[in-house]
Design a binder for this molecule. Structure first.
Ligand code: MTE
Length: 438
């Protein structure tokens, strides 16, 4: 069962109580949606007369059911709006998104080249001019009012480098359907909505302090410059934005302007993106335009309707907003790969965890009856991956299932199944990889 840190649950409850007291803002979140969350959480029993009004949006007044669906656009042509080439041997295109084929990572080294890095776009990649770009930092959580930064000014702050993955919360969602017969809404990713890069930039903490951070600030809300996100039914959620507690913002978050030693490319947030290590990919806002710093908790659809766990195993108001990713492993092999029997193969793959470094990967070539340890090629590093390999000489032709099972330094091991949630987030179960031996 996915564990949500207690601190987040408590923070979420405090956030909701503050909204009830008129001390939190829910811009772009329908008032009825907020009430649904609060009523389900038992914080209100009837509609009180003096509730704070959420800022009107097309979403306001829409009464979505307790299990919202993950946003997905159906009216786009494949790969629409992505700038870089998406050759079919490297990517599986899902609408506005492109998934990395895991087999294409074989031999590419530790870092995912930009040419192979998955893209998750709510709309389309905007073309922004780095010279004209400005970051606006604003809100009542600043002591000296709004502050703007150009790229050159950001680069004058001390730079830091972090090797970290960005992984979509819905990565591996398709296995809820194919392995557990529990389909979930949203992009049917297999295991390729992840990439690991070396990011260079400045600490968000340094930027906030340079802007004059108030001791009373509690939340920050970074927002992208891409188009407003409008679903096919016409609901306008506004620009992609998701609040983050100041505790994370001041910890390890950076504003990245380089990826693998080169300026950030257009599809990955040029000129500047947020990088929130170990957290679900939606926290790493691309094409950063502004950051609100607030003394009161903030809401957006991305921490109310989306990126919470809804479903039978969860409270009606959903889990606390998702923070950390989970753990997974995958073979660098095509789906339904054909391999020759009686030949020695060198099976390779990658394993990763947002909770600790990878300490063990076991592989089963008999559908899970027996396991052996794979060789690990990289040091254990939380929030980044470890390459692994194992030799295998299959003895008989026919269909087979290859399984890999990762364990991290916090003793988490991939389970057999993942407790389902309606939007298919945080799949962590062992993936059964079908191959044919000839
Ligand atoms: N930021 C903006 N502005 N717009 C987006 O659509 N998608 C988010 C996040 N940041 C998104 C965004 C999601 S859901 C993910 S998983 C990551 O970006 C994907 O990053 P990548 O496209 O660089 O791989």
């Amino acid at each position: 069962m996915t564990r949500i840190p207690e601190a987040e649950t408590a923070y979420d409850r405090r956030r909701r109580n503050q909204w009830l007291a008129g001390e939190a803002r829910a811009e772009g979140v329908g008032r009825r949606d907020m009430l649904r969350l609060l009523t389900a959480a038992g914080l209100v029993t009837a509609v009180p007369v003096s509730l704070p009004a959420a800022t009107a949006s097309a979403a306001a007044g829409s009464a979505r059911p307790a299990g919202p669906t993950e946003p997905s656009r159906t009216t786009v042509s494949a790969g629409e709006g992505i700038v870089k080439p998406l050759p079919p041997e490297r990517f599986i295109v899902h609408g506005t998104n492109a998934e990395t084929r895991f087999e294409a990572l074989a031999g590419t080294g530790y870092l995912t080249p930009v040419s192979h890095f998955f893209v998750r776009n709510h709309t389309t990649t905007p073309r922004l001019d780095a010279a004209a770009w400005r970051l606006h930092v604003w809100g009542d959580g600043l002591t000296r009012g709004e502050r703007q930064f150009g790229l050159a000014e950001l680069k004058r702050l001390p730079s830091v480098t972090r090797t970290a993955f960005v992984e979509c919360a819905g990565n591996a969602r398709n296995f809820f359907k194919t392995q557990q017969n529990q389909p979930a809404s949203g992009t049917p990713w297999t295991t390729g909505a992840i990439g690991t890069a070396r990011w260079r930039g400045v600490r968000l903490a340094d930027v906030l302090r340079a802007a004059g951070l108030s001791r009373k600030a509690v939340d920050v809300m970074p927002r992208g410059l891409d188009d407003e996100y409008v679903t096919p039914d016409g609901t306008n959620y506004g620009r992609v934005r998701r609040p983050m507690p100041l505790s994370k913002a001041l910890d390890d978050v950076i504003l990245a302007y380089e990826m693998n030693g080169a300026p950030l490319p257009p599809d990955h947030g040029h000129p500047v993106r947020l990088l929130a290590p170990s957290w679900v990919g939606i926290s790493s806002i691309k094409w950063l335009g502004d950051i609100e710093v607030s003394t009161t908790p903030l809401y957006s659809p991305w921490n109310t309707d989306f990126y919470r766990l809804y479903g039978d195993a969860y409270p009606p108001e959903g889990s606390a907003p998702l923070t950390r990713q989970t753990l997974k492993s995958a073979f660098e092999l095509p789906w339904n790969a054909t391999l020759s029997a009686h030949t020695r193969h060198h099976l390779t793959g990658r394993a990763w965890s947002a909770h600790g470094g990878i300490t063990r990967v076991e592989v089963s070539t008999d559908g899970g009856a027996s396991w052996r340890r794979a060789h690990l090629h990289d040091p254990a590093h939380r929030g980044a991956w470890t390459r692994w390999s194992t030799p295998w000489t299959p003895t008989k032709p026919g269909p087979a299932e290859l399984l890999s099972r990762a364990t991290d330094s916090t003793s988490r091991t991939q389970p057999k199944t993942t407790v389902p949630n309606t939007q298919g987030y945080l799949f962590d179960a062992v993936v059964r990889h079908a191959v044919t031996l000839v």
